[in-house]
Design a protein around this ligand. Structure first.
Ligand SMILES: *[C@@H]1O[C@H](CO)[C@@H](O)[C@H](O)[C@H]1NC(C)=O
Ligand SMILES: *[C@@H]1O[C@H](CO)[C@@H](O)[C@H](O)[C@H]1NC(C)=O
Ligand SMILES: *[C@@H]1O[C@H](CO)[C@@H](O)[C@H](O)[C@H]1NC(C)=O
Ligand SMILES: *[C@@H]1O[C@H](CO)[C@@H](O)[C@H](O)[C@H]1NC(C)=O
Length: 340
């Protein structure tokens, strides 16, 4: 839980309220179920709770809190929960008795007093391209946050996990056993556009990753938490992927298997394969149960981070060969990109 002094902000809350009374600054969004362990251990963005308030009272509390961007209201218990960022509300309880609202930009006649995270400018008219951009704009404290990003000008706005420190870190892939399982055995289009829930397990989407990688050179890190508590990671420098037309082929300078083992180097130059667009002659995506840059041989890949957590066999179960040993079990796996 984070605590912030509100005193500093009290003076300019009044015009925010006046504005809020004219036009509701909230948009109704979704309530999404998630496991309690996921939201507690990773990120949930909760600021605080208020008991026994009305829905309007809850929106007023969000409007008057300097970092609130979203709130969840329980119609039965009248519990009000404020969140600092994000598109949808997550709960490990029932979803049908809850409502979620996200704040639009809160703007007066001449300027905005707060923008959704990722947007900036006097009228919230700009949006960061990725987490590196958010770092440059000094948008937020240095912990994990949910942010809107727009990888390509006038393109779609997507929600992602970001860290706005050390040049920015963007989570493009996230799987944790504490979170609700998301099936990664998806179609090519789903891998292109992204899937899952950015609060928990998700994949950002190859098209967004492609657009982000058009900027300065990036490093891709693949990081693993083992069920033993140990951690491992590896880095691929100057990571690039080709366009959708050419199958999102993966390129990088070298993979440094820092402590993870190298299951990536032999896939350099390979296009991305899914069960519905398989560039291998060995039905790799079907066997492995997820999309990847599989090699066109019977081994397919020495690593599988998109397989089942509990598969029918070794191949289809998530693993990463070499140094870690072939039967290591993971508590989490994620991939991030950062500027070199
Ligand atoms: C909840 O709020 C209502 C109206 O403000 C009040 O009448 C009631 O006593 C409150 N209940 C509790 C348990 O605080
Ligand atoms: C894989 O894609 C390449 C073009 O990128 C194509 O030439 C090749 O025939 C494809 N192979 C399979 C097995 O789909
Ligand atoms: C992945 O999905 C495809 C298409 O539904 C299916 O044929 C394949 O068996 C699945 N793979 C696994 C490992 O479940
Ligand atoms: C993993 O462990 C299982 C059960 O102990 C074993 O049958 C299997 O061969 C192992 N897989 C590899 C690739 O070592």
């Amino acid at each position: 839980m984070v605590s912030y002094s509100m005193n500093v902000y009290v003076l300019f809350i009044i015009p925010v309220f006046a504005e809020a009374n004219l036009v509701s600054p909230y948009i109704k969004t979704k309530v999404i179920p998630e496991l309690q362990t996921c939201t507690e251990n990773t990120f949930n963005g909760v600021i605080t709770h208020f008991e026994n308030v009305s829905n309007i009272g809850c929106s007023e509390r969000c409007s008057s809190h300097p970092i609130c961007r979203r709130y969840m209201y329980d119609k039965e218990s009248r519990l009000c929960t404020l969140f600092e960022s994000g598109e949808n509300c997550i709960t490990h309880e029932r979803v049908d008795n809850k409502l979620c609202y996200k704040q639009k930009s809160v703007c007066g006649a001449t300027k905005c007093t707060r923008c959704p995270i990722g947007y900036y400018g006097e009228h919230c008219q700009h949006i960061i391209r990725d987490c590196k951009d958010g770092f440059d704009k000094e948008l937020h404290p240095d912990r994990i946050t949910l942010s809107y990003i727009q990888p390509v000008v006038n393109g779609p706005v997507v929600e992602a996990k970001c860290i706005f420190k050390l040049n920015g870190r963007l989570y493009i892939h996230f799987r944790k056993t504490d979170c609700l399982e998301v099936d990664f055995n998806k179609t090519f289009d789903e891998y292109a556009n992204g899937f899952g829930n950015p609060v928990g397990n998700y994949f950002l989407g190859l098209e967004h990753i492609y657009n982000i990688l058009q900027g300065p050179d990036r490093v891709l890190s693949i990081e693993f938490g083992l069920t033993t508590g140990l951690k491992a990671k590896g880095f691929a420098k100057k990571i690039q992927i080709s366009s959708k037309d050419t199958g999102y082929k993966i390129y990088f300078d070298n993979f440094n298997p820092y402590s993870s083992g190298d299951s990536l180097t032999n896939l350099r130059g390979r296009p991305f394969s899914t069960f519905d667009r398989d560039n291998t002659s060995y039905i790799c995506p079907e066997r492995f149960g997820g999309g990847w840059w599989y090699k066109n041989d019977n081994v397919c890949s020495r690593g599988n981070i998109n397989g089942k957590r509990v598969g029918n066999n070794f191949e289809s179960t998530w693993h990463w060969q070499d140094d870690l040993g072939t039967n290591t079990s993971f508590s989490y796996i994620f991939m991030r990109i950062k500027v070199l």
